[in-house]
Write a protein that binds this ligand. Structure first.
Ligand code: ZN
Length: 470
């Protein structure tokens, strides 16, 4: 019987507050070391923490967006351990009474349950170089939520999909910027393997899977390592392992602590966090629509295929760009095609963010309008789009500059069609004698005569009329 992996993820997300969770210091990333610090986040004796209400707002957004139940009362606790980047000698976290529990996230039709979401403060950062290790405490006291899943994940691919979905949700509700390089989102994985029907195996915790593409690889390696240990008659030791991306392997870091090792006790300097219905309601009222809800709306209201709708809600910026284009043009399906195919292609090719893209939804809507009104043809529209994407010029200006306007004046097309029939008498006679396939050739000649600018349906109609008349 084959081995079945059992995986749970603990995701730490930095909340997008201006200031730290228990003091007024800035949370801005990249400041000179130890400039965003004060007696509270430096852990001076006697300095007292004051809870940042905005951090609670954002943590509640995450809880609501993942369908969790928010508890009317939750309790901050001290998690005691020594580490050089933790000046107080303890971290303020939540232990047996977390902010929220019992949520879930959908990935490709499967539900991954969320066990709990709690709030805590981040530690500082150690900077190692050859000679010395320095500590930067700018990050100490930055608000985090820890999102703990149930062990519902069964493969490294599912783990990556869950992590990615969580990141998408966090970014949609403006709770976290999702920036993995700056450490705004970090992930630890609890991994064990067992044969199905048998009791669960001993689990290890894999740390340092903080880059998106490493999540699946690190877990995959750990699964393979455990299987090979077990198949050669060994036993898995409960421990914390570190993923090393350079060597592409996990290795032991420390034996896994149990909760009692941390000597948790309620934080005496903070009150019980009380969240009433009105507070939850006020957070719910400003919660932006989630990706799944947006995708469903595009499908039902605008008849957009599911695959396109899901691609468009990849990020909130893209979804909002699309919605603005759809509304300004009044053509949601065409807007979806342009955004899904052309806009995404340009952003990928040029490796730019939507926020740096020169084509606004209003400009794209104008281009769609030019095609719809027959002012330009589909092929010219692509040309105009490319130029808009480079110069940022208005579509009408580009159409004029490049002489791309379609000929939609029937008398002008008629004159050109008469010239074409005059020059191609043989083919015209063949058509009249019943050789229908010559028509395509004659249309081609007419398009050539008008340098591709005759409006296609008019060109067909007029040519056929002239041929049938004679
Ligand atoms: Zn501070």
């Amino acid at each position: 019987m084959s081995w079945e992996p059992v995986i749970g993820l603990e995701v730490h997300a930095r909340l997008l507050t201006q200031t730290k969770i228990f003091c007024g210091c800035s949370t801005a990333f990249g400041a000179p070391p130890n400039t965003h610090v004060c007696p509270v986040c430096l852990g001076y004796p006697g300095a007292l923490p004051v809870l940042n209400r905005k951090a609670v707002d954002l943590a509640m957004r995450v809880a609501l967006a993942t369908g969790c139940e928010i508890h009317p009362q939750s309790v901050f606790a001290r998690k005691n351990y020594f580490y050089p980047d933790l000046p107080k000698g303890y971290q303020i976290s939540q232990f047996d009474r977390p902010l929220a529990t019992n949520g879930s996230v959908e990935i490709g039709g499967k539900t991954i349950r969320i066990h709990r979401i709690h709030m805590e403060e981040d530690a500082g950062k150690l900077l190692h170089d050859a000679a010395v290790t320095r500590v930067d405490l700018n990050r100490a006291g930055t608000p985090l939520v820890e999102i703990v899943s149930e062990p519902d994940i069964r493969s490294s691919e599912e783990a990556a999909a869950y992590f990615s979905r969580l990141r998408q949700i966090l970014m949609f509700v403006d709770a976290c910027d999702g920036n993995m390089e700056e450490g705004s989102l970090r992930c630890d994985a609890n991994v064990s393997v067992h044969r199905s029907g048998e009791p669960l195996g001993t689990r290890t915790e894999v740390k340092n899977v903080n880059s998106f593409r490493y999540v699946a690889r690190a877990i995959e390696h750990e699964i393979e390592r455990q299987i090979s240990v077990l198949e050669s008659g060994g036993a898995i030791v409960q421990e914390t392992r570190l993923y090393d991306p350079a060597a592409d392997e996990t290795r032991p870091m420390r034996s896994k602590e149990e909760a009692h090792d941390y000597r948790y006790f309620p934080e005496p300097d903070l009150l019980t966090l009380e969240v009433d219905e009105a507070w939850v309601g006020s957070v719910r009222a400003v919660l932006p629509p989630l990706p799944s809800a947006r995708s469903k709306r595009y499908q039902s209201e605008w008849n957009i295929p599911a695959i396109d709708a899901d691609a468009i809600v990849a990020t909130r910026e893209l979804a909002e760009y699309f919605e603005a284009t759809a509304e300004a043009s009044g053509q949601p399906r065409l807007a979806a095609n342009w955004v899904r195919n052309e806009v995404l292609r340009v952003l990928n090719d040029r490796r730019i963010d939507l926020s740096d893209y020169v084509v606004t939804p209003e400009m794209l809507a104008k281009l769609i309008g030019l095609v719809e009104s027959g002012a330009i043809g589909g092929k010219s529209a692509k040309e105009v789009f490319e130029e808009m994407s480079t110069t940022g010029d208005a579509p009408a200006l580009i159409v004029e500059r490049r002489g791309l306007a379609q000929i939609s004046d029937p008398s002008a097309i008629r004159v050109a069609a008469e010239r074409v029939l005059e020059a191609n008498r043989v083919q015209a006679e063949q058509y009249r004698a019943g050789k229908a396939q010559v028509f395509g050739f004659l249309v081609g000649q007419l398009m050539k005569e008008t340098r591709g600018k005759a409006k296609a349906d008019l060109a067909n109609e007029i040519l056929r009329e002239l041929l049938d008349r004679a």
